[in-house]
Design a binder for this molecule. Structure first.
Ligand code: SF4
Length: 272
């Protein structure tokens, strides 16, 4: 069971994959600006995203014919759940993804943070994407997408988003800013937390203060305690039996959940 869950965890969806590909070209764009002061072209970025999507498409199609390589090393492959679960990718979905890709790349190249990054006296920091910081004895994976210091001394912490605008992003930005506080010793008064919505071209500077940090820390503590309480043995990180956890109240997204295969039988008994 845990092996299957681990494999399913490594599936990805076409929208998520586009999001990762756009994050990759955003990182590439920042590195090019940092090294040459120039901006890559829209065409270069589009080619890179297309390449990643095509590779995942080919790999997924191949894996549906023979699952054994994926079963042996699920982390090594880009396997789309649209292929794994046999849903397929319709022409409409392809058109939607293409449109999303075009908007995201155009908006990336003209967004506020990329403009600021090209200004005189800006210092960019490249961060290790798998880094963590510790809160309440628990490692937190929360590395910002981009961090730079402006000439006015303000540190801007950026999160790229390719999905819809959501109030929850403000709390997420606060966690990224805590990373900056803990790892780089930056004062909260000198930070600007920013979400760049690449689909629409909007951005949002979120409130980052000592008070919002305290509020976010309280929420994280509550969430850690809830997760620990849901385990049979919190010290050893051992869960209860799968069936002792309830199914999701809303079944709306179950079909698009990586773990659908594990819940399928229970969902059908539940009338889902
Ligand atoms: S109940 Fe639905 S959302 Fe929850 S794990 Fe199962 S399939 Fe996923």
């Amino acid at each position: 069971m845990s092996k299957t869950a681990y494999r399913l965890k490594n599936l990805t969806g076409i929208h998520l994959l586009l999001g990762s590909a756009v994050h990759e070209v955003a990182e590439y764009t920042c590195k090019i600006i940092d090294s040459s002061g120039k901006l890559p072209t829209e065409e270069t970025l589009t080619d890179k995203v297309r390449f990643l999507l095509n590779e995942a498409w080919k790999e997924s199609r191949q894996l549906t014919k023979d699952l054994s390589p994926w079963k042996a090393s699920p982390k090594k492959y880009l396997f789309l759940y649209e292929f794994y679960y046999g849903y397929g990718i319709s022409k409409d979905l392809i058109a939607k993804i293409k449109e999303k890709m075009q908007f995201s790349i155009k908006n990336l190249l003209t967004c506020k943070s990329i403009k600021e990054l090209q200004e005189e006296g800006v210092e960019m920091r490249l961060l290790e994407s798998m880094d963590t910081f510790e809160l309440f004895g628990t490692p937190v994976y929360a590395v910002p997408d981009l961090v730079y210091k402006r000439a006015d001394g303000k540190w801007v912490v950026v999160d790229w988003k390719t999905g819809k605008e959501d109030d929850a992003h403000a709390a997420q930005l606060n966690v990224y800013c805590m990373y900056l506080r803990d790892k780089m010793g930056v004062d909260v008064e000198d930070m600007i937390g920013r979400v760049e919505y690449l689909l629409t071209g909007n951005y949002r500077d979120v409130e980052v203060t000592k008070e919002t940090f305290e509020e976010t820390e309280r929420d994280i503590k509550e969430s850690i305690d809830e997760m620990k309480a849901a385990l049979a043995d919190p010290e050893e990180n051992i869960p209860h039996d799968m069936y002792s956890y309830p199914l999701s109240e809303s079944k709306r997204f179950c079909r698009w959940c990586n773990y659908y295969e594990l819940c399928e039988e229970e969902l059908s008994q539940d009338g889902g």
